[in-house]
Design a protein around this ligand. Structure first.
Ligand SMILES: [Zn+2]
Length: 60
């Protein structure tokens, strides 16, 4: 997991979660605490993996 955002150097990085979560409680809790962000259900090989929760920059 990256430690800082390449765009703003912020330290709040969330993992972008793709697909339907098996554990909905964990999913909603993780979104609330900004550990992950929902990335939608469509997965390609070019999807970004990380999102900065400060400037919303996405990268992989
Ligand atoms: Zn950022």
């Amino acid at each position: 997991m990256p430690k800082t955002c390449p765009s703003c150097n912020g330290k709040n990085i969330a993992k972008i979660f793709y697909g339907y979560p098996a554990d909905m409680d964990w999913y909603l809790k993780s979104i609330k605490t900004k550990k992950i962000v929902g990335g939608g259900c469509c997965v390609t090989n070019h999807d970004p993996k990380w999102q900065c929760t400060e400037c919303y920059h996405r990268w992989r």
